[in-house]
Write a protein that binds this ligand. Structure first.
Ligand code: HEC
Ligand code: HEC
Ligand code: HEC
Ligand code: HEC
Ligand code: HEC
Ligand code: HEC
Length: 378
C-alpha cells in the first residue's frame, strides 16, 4: 500500500518535471488549473473546472487551437491539441456543444499525416548517405523534377581513388555541406566543373545523368562500392595516371574493413592520388604522435598521428578552425560532441571511418604509457 502511494507521488512529480520546460508565458488561470489536473490524470477536477466555466470555455479552446496552428514543432502542436481535445470533449459532454471537437480531431489527423510524410521523406533519402562520404545534393529538387532530372549524388569514395582531400579542400570546396551548388559555375569551369570538363573527368555539358543519378539504376554502383564497376574505376585511374593497382592488395580487390567501409589506409600502398589540380604546392606534412589521455582507466588512450592526416589533408583544413596549433590548447570534446561533428567528428563518421571502430583511435592501453607520443595536457 505504502509503495503504491509512493509510486503515485513519483508519477505526479515526473509529470510536473516533463512539463516544467514548456513555455507557459501568458497562460490563463483557467488553462493552468486545467492543464495541471490533466497532467495528473485528475478527471474529476477537470470536469469540475469545465462545468464552472461554461462561458469562457469557447475562447479557451479557440486560443489552444490557434496556438497549436502557430507552434513550430510537431510535439508542441500535439501537446496543445491533446489539451484542446480534452476540453472540447468535456464541453460536448457537459454543455452539448460539438462545434470544436470535430475541428480539433480533423487538425490532429492532418498533423499526424504531415509528420508521417515528413518522416517518410527523411527515410527515403537516408540510404544515399549511409556509405561514409556519400552526399545527396537535392536543394533544387523541385526545379530539377520540372525538367525530368533527379537530385545529385556526390560520392567521396569515387573521387578519393584519384584525388587527395587537398586537391579539393579548401581550394574548390569548404569541408562542409553547403547545399548551394548550381550549374552556372560548373559550366564556367568552377566547383565540379574544375574537373567535369571532358579533360580530367566526363563533361558536365554532355552527361547530365551521370551526376543527376539519384533514383536511377546506375545509383547502385555509387551507393555501395562493393557493386562498383571496377573496369570504369581502372579506366579513370589510367587516364589520370594515379596507378591504381588492385593486384597489390590481399584480395586483389578494393579493401573493406569489418564495417563494410573502404579501408583507405590499406589502399594507400596501391594508388597515387593527385594532390593538387594546380602546380604542385610545397608538400607539407608533419610526422609526430599526440596522445589524448583517456579519462577512464578501462578506456584505452587515443593516439592521433599527424602524418597519415597531413599527407592527405592541408594543415589549414584542421588549423585553426578545428584545433589550435598548440598542444593541449583545444578544449576536450566528448564522444557525444564528436558524433555531432566536433573535433575528430569533423571528418570521422562523415567521410572517414566511423566511431563504431573504437579501437582504431583508442589504440593504446593506459598501462602502456605514451611511448613516443607527446601528451596533450588538459
Ligand atoms: C573531388 C573533390 C573532393 C575530394 C577529393 C574530397 N572532397 Fe570533401 N567534399 C567535396 C564536396 C563537393 C563537398 C560538399 C561541398 C558543398 O556541399 O558545397 C565535400 C564535403 C566534405 C565534408 C562535409 C561533409 C558533411 O557531411 O557535412 C567533409 C567533412 C569532407 N568533405 C572531408 C573530406 C576529406 C577528409 C577528404 C579526403 C579524405 C575529402 N573531403 C576529399 C569534395 C571533395
Ligand atoms: C578534382 C576533380 C573532380 C571534381 C572537383 C569533381 N569530380 Fe566528379 N569525378 C571526377 C573523376 C575523375 C571521376 C571518375 C569518372 C571519370 O573519370 O570521368 C568522377 C566521377 C564522378 C561521379 C561518378 C559518376 C560515374 O558515372 O562514374 C559523380 C556522380 C561525380 N563525379 C559527381 C561530381 C560532383 C557532383 C562534383 C561537384 C560537387 C564533382 N563530381 C567534382 C573528378 C572530379
Ligand atoms: C558534375 C556533376 C553534374 C553534372 C554532369 C550536371 N549537373 Fe546539374 N547540378 C549538379 C549539382 C551538384 C547541382 C545542385 C543540386 C542540388 O543541390 O539540388 C546541380 C543542379 C542543377 C540544376 C538546378 C540548379 C540550377 O543551376 O539551375 C539544374 C537545372 C541542372 N543541374 C541541370 C543540369 C543539366 C541540364 C545537366 C546536363 C547538361 C547537368 N545539370 C549536369 C551537378 C551536375
Ligand atoms: C586532421 C587534422 C590535422 C591536420 C591536417 C594537421 N593537424 Fe596539427 N594538430 C591536430 C591536432 C588534433 C592537434 C592537437 C591539438 C591540441 O592538442 O589541442 C594538432 C597539433 C599541432 C601542433 C602542436 C603540437 C605539435 O605537433 O607540435 C602543431 C605545431 C601542428 N598541429 C601543426 C600542424 C601542421 C604544420 C600541419 C600541416 C603539415 C598540421 N598540423 C596538420 C590536427 C591536425
Ligand atoms: C575517430 C577517433 C575515435 C573513435 C573512432 C572513438 N573515439 Fe572515443 N575519443 C576519441 C578522442 C580523441 C577522445 C578524447 C577527446 C578529448 O579529450 O578531446 C575520446 C574520448 C572518449 C571517451 C571519454 C569522453 C567521453 O565521451 O566520455 C570515451 C568514454 C570514449 N572516447 C569511448 C569511445 C567508444 C566506446 C568508442 C567506440 C564506440 C570510441 N570512443 C570511438 C576518439 C575516438
Ligand atoms: C579533417 C578531417 C579529419 C579529422 C579532423 C580527423 N581525421 Fe582521422 N583520418 C582522416 C582521414 C581522411 C583518414 C584516412 C582514413 C579514412 O578516411 O578512413 C584518417 C585516419 C585516421 C586514423 C587511421 C590512421 C592511423 O593513424 O592509424 C586514425 C587512428 C585517426 N584518423 C584518428 C583521428 C583522431 C583521434 C582524430 C581527432 C583527434 C582525427 N582522426 C581527426 C580525417 C580526419
Amino acid at each position: 500500500m505504502r509503495s503504491k502511494a509512493l509510486f503515485a507521488i513519483v508519477i505526479a512529480a515526473l509529470a510536473v518535471a516533463v512539463f516544467a520546460g514548456h513555455s507557459l508565458a501568458g497562460e490563463s488561470k483557467f488553462r493552468k488549473s486545467f492543464r495541471t489536473s490533466y497532467e495528473q490524470n485528475r478527471f474529476d477536477a477537470m470536469g469540475f473546472l469545465v462545468k464552472q466555466n461554461k462561458d469562457i470555455l469557447p475562447g479557451e479552446i479557440q486560443s489552444l487551437v490557434d496556438e497549436a496552428k502557430a507552434a513550430a514543432s510537431f510535439g508542441e502542436k500535439m501537446q496543445l491539441l491533446d489539451l484542446a481535445n480534452t476540453m472540447a470533449t468535456m464541453h460536448k459532454e457537459w454543455h452539448g456543444n460539438e462545434k470544436f471537437l470535430g475541428e480539433i480531431e480533423k487538425l490532429q489527423r492532418e498533423e499526424i499525416q504531415n509528420e508521417e510524410a515528413r518522416k517518410a521523406e527523411a527515410e527515403k533519402w537516408k540510404k544515399y548517405e549511409n556509405f561514409p562520404g556519400n552526399l545527396i545534393m537535392k536543394e533544387k529538387e523541385t526545379e530539377l523534377a520540372a525538367i525530368g532530372l533527379s537530385p545529385v549524388i556526390f560520392p567521396h569514395w569515387v573521387h578519393r581513388i584519384n584525388f587527395e582531400c587537398k586537391a579539393c579542400h579548401p581550394a574548390l570546396f569548404p569541408m562542409k555541406k553547403t547545399n548551394s551548388i548550381t550549374m552556372t559555375p560548373i559550366f564556367e569551369g568552377r566547383l565540379c566543373g574544375e574537373c567535369h570538363n571532358g579533360k580530367i573527368a566526363f563533361d558536365a555539358a554532355e552527361s547530365c545523368e551521370r551526376c543527376h543519378v539519384a533514383g536511377r539504376p546506375e545509383e547502385a554502383a555509387l551507393l555501395n562500392p562493393k557493386k562498383a564497376d571496377i573496369a570504369k574505376v581502372m579506366e579513370s585511374s589510367e587516364r589520370l595516371k594515379t596507378e591504381l593497382n588492385l593486384d597489390l592488395l590481399p584480395n586483389k580487390a578494393l579493401p573493406f574493413d569489418k564495417f563494410g567501409n573502404i579501408d583507405w589506409m590499406l589502399l594507400k600502398g596501391a594508388h597515387k592520388p593527385i594532390k593538387s589540380l594546380k602546380e604542385a604546392p610545397a608538400d607539407q606534412t608533419r610526422d609526430n604522435e599526440i596522445l589524448f589521455e583517456s579519462p577512464m582507466p578501462y578506456v584505452n588512450n587515443i593516439v592521433f598521428r599527424h602524418k597519415p592526416h597531413a599527407d592527405l589533408i592541408l594543415c589549414s583544413s584542421c588549423h585553426t578552425d578545428i584545433y589550435k596549433e598548440e598542444l593541449g590548447s583545444t578544449p576536450p570534446a566528448s564522444m557525444t560532441q564528436m558524433a555531432q561533428g566536433q573535433s575528430c567528428g569533423s571528418c570521422h563518421g562523415k567521410v572517414s571511418f566511423k566511431f563504431a571502430d573504437c579501437n582504431r583511435c583508442h589504440s593504446k592501453p593506459v598501462s602502456e604509457g605514451p611511448g613516443k607520443a607527446m601528451i596533450r595536457k588538459k
